[in-house]
Design a protein around this ligand. Structure first.
Ligand code: ATP
Ligand code: MG
Length: 356
């Protein structure tokens, strides 16, 4: 198996997020249903040309980063769950008759897919899942179909296998975010029940938006905005290399002018981007409000970002911590986990495919 977005769970595995700035890994174990323990996590930075727009551009660089992250994880587990960026996957909800036989369904899925996929079916992998009964029609079900170009899948599998891992699951980043959201929801008042919650994952290159209503994803969108802009500004202002700027950003040590002249303007821009995302959502959907914002991704680790976003958006804002209800292996530093947690949302959602 190389591709099953919707398979429930497989035995223990490592969640591997290959993103634009790093390879991030999470390993969980299950204590009881819905109760997890964080066994280990790791991150290994990627040079900026290794992954571009979600595509593997330099296989060797990606293989090396996976090897390092795996070594840092110090896990004996080889099986892994990877994800494709949502830009590599076309998904569509369709209505089908309820109670169909598996092979009849498959045939119909192929027929549907033929209509909306701009490639030949030989070039794609297809998967589908019944979401539930169709609204107002008891004889029909809502089905989600997902299709991805085979070559996009093969590139990621080659990177993982090149580093010695086995790929058991190929998921989609947005689905992994949704899975991890079940852990983050408990950070919200009344666990977010009956509410509209916008998850905003701000990474290095992209702002990945996913709106949940009652644990169901109702909207996704990508905006180009991320921490790489801040890194570049640090490089320009203080004459640092990309690596130096990246370290300074996380560990400090920049001149006094940094906060007022570089960081605060960036956080202002970030809050404006969030406001824009909210505006797009409310003006293009049936929803006219968002009850909570959940900030994730590396940029959510900037101190005070949640406060500024909340002020500007006038919406209750929290920083995602998928581990907040987990016990954590005593090999892991508690303080560091809470800083890294927001950027591990996808890796955590992937690791959940291996436990329960
Ligand atoms: N403690 C921190 N303070 C400030 N910025 C941080 C911190 N930690 C990470 N970042 C920034 O967050 C970004 C990385 O975040 P993340 O790991 O979510 O990105 P990514 O998943 O690789 O990117 P993308 O999702 O765009 O592919 C980098 O720009 C990094 O400098
Ligand atoms: Mg990311």
């Amino acid at each position: 198996m190389k591709f099953d977005f919707f398979k429930e769970t497989t035995p223990h595995l490592i969640g591997v997020d290959i993103s634009s700035s790093a390879v991030k890994m999470v390993e969980l174990s299950s204590l009881a249903k819905g109760k997890y323990r964080l066994e280990a996590y790791s991150m290994s930075p990627l040079p900026k040309d290794a992954i571009v727009d979600g595509n593997v551009m330099n296989l060797d660089m990606v293989v090396d980063a996976i090897k390092i992250a795996w070594k840092l994880l110090s896990s004996r587990e080889k099986r892994s769950a990877l994800a494709l960026p949502s830009s590599a996957v076309i998904s569509k909800k369709v209505i089908m008759q309820a109670g169909m036989r598996e092979d009849d369904m498959e045939a119909q899925v192929e027929g549907e897919a033929n209509q909306y996929i701009p490639f030949s079916l030989d070039e794609v992998n297809l998967d589908f899942q019944i979401i539930g009964p169709a609204t107002n029609s008891p004889d029909e079900v809502e089905v989600i179909i997902a299709a991805a170009r085979k070559e996009k899948i093969e590139d990621r599998v080659a990177a993982a296998e090149g580093a010695g891992l086995k790929v058991s699951v190929m998921d989609v980043e947005t689905y992994a975010t949704e899975a991890a959201y079940t852990l983050v929801a408990s950070q919200l008042p009344n666990a977010g029940k009956g509410q509209t919650v916008m998850i905003i994952d701000i990474g290095a290159q992209g702002m990945h938006i996913n709106v949940m209503h009652d644990d169901k994803s109702v909207y996704t969108r990508e905006q180009t905005f991320g921490g790489a802009q801040l890194t570049q500004e640090i490089q320009r202002r203080f004459g640092l290399s990309a690596e130096e700027a990246e370290i300074a950003k996380r560990k400090g040590g920049l001149p006094d002018s940094y906060d007022a002249e570089v960081l605060q303007p960036f956080v202002q821009c970030l809050a404006t981007e969030v406001a824009r995302a909210l505006q797009f959502f409310t003006s293009s959907t049936q929803y006219n409000r968002v009850d909570h914002l959940v900030l994730a991704g590396g940029c959510a680790a900037i101190s005070g970002v949640d406060i500024l976003v909340q002020e500007q958006a006038q919406v209750n804002t929290v920083v995602a911590n998928p581990f907040h209800e987990m016990t954590v292996s005593n090999k892991i530093k508690q303080q560091q986990v809470s800083i890294d947690a927001p950027s591990l949302l996808i890796a955590c959602g992937l690791a959940m495919r291996g436990v329960d």
